[in-house]
Design a protein around this ligand. Structure first.
Ligand code: ADE
Length: 236
């Protein structure tokens, strides 16, 4: 999958894209991520990307460099794999696992990261989907874009290692995770549940489902009610 990110702060992406799973996914060519500075698409001498909000208010990202960059990136994508343009904004649809799964099927995503008071309203004309990562306002769309990229990346086949495969079992769908333990068997008087040491895989499976169900009932009963927006599976 090809991912282009449009931002005024490309350096913010350096850490998350060069560590752990996203680093590996790029190295193995599952992902080709490029971060572009919106400023590079300005045409004026002072390379201005923002301006005052008409009617009063803070600074707003100008439409011209964003249109220009999206048009350029779409042209690079060609006609074969039409790119999906995503705007990170608190006004967008709240991101969930199902959206991650759907986006993972695309060949090319373009992320627009807003900043300041947001982007000029006319930018919405070239946007296919507006995404929010939750009901709180961040300083910009960069962190949300990183969250979405990470969640989408792990839905691409091959990105997450084989050890995660059993978790894809439909048994676990729509539930919170079950508890995990590793060595030592006993730590500060806390013991690993005996069933996990039994070697009985059927029993272990049953125990995990029971606990996952109990946890989901206690912490996220909305997931069990089939509330579509909230419903997700960490291992979908
Ligand atoms: N930009 C600022 N806050 C945001 C949020 N919660 N989700 C997506 N983009 C944002």
């Amino acid at each position: 999958m090809k991912i282009d990110v449009l931002t005024l702060f490309p350096k913010m992406f350096e850490g998350p894209l060069t560590e752990s799973m996203l680093k590996r996914a790029q190295k193995k060519k599952f992902l080709d991520i490029r971060v572009h500075n919106i400023r590079d698409f300005t045409i004026d001498r002072h390379r201005i990307t923002d301006d005052f909000s008409y009617g009063g208010g803070g600074m707003v990202l100008k439409p011209e460099p964003i249109f220009k960059s999206v048009e350029f990136l779409k042209k690079c994508s060609g006609r074969v794999h039409s790119a999906k343009v995503l705007l990170m904004t608190p006004d967008g649809k709240t991101f969930n696992q199902q959206m991650a799964k759907k986006l993972a099927k695309r060949k090319h995503l373009i992320f627009i990261c807003g900043h300041y008071e947001g982007v000029d309203e006319r930018v919405r004309k070239i946007v296919d989907e507006e995404i929010s990562i939750g009901d709180y306002v961040l300083t910009g769309g960069e962190l949300p874009a990183m969250v979405v990229i990470d969640a989408v990346a792990r839905m691409i086949k091959g990105v997450v290692g084989k050890q995660d495969a059993p978790k894809k079992d439909s048994f676990y769908k729509g539930l919170l995770d079950y508890p995990h333990y590793t060595r030592p068997r006993e730590f500060r008087d806390m013991k690993v549940p005996g069933v996990l040491l039994s070697g009985n895989h059927k029993k272990i499976q049953e125990w995990r489902v029971t606990i996952a169900l109990k946890r989901t009932k206690q912490r996220r009963p909305d997931l069990l009610k089939g509330d579509t927006n909230a419903r997700f599976s960490q291992r979908d």
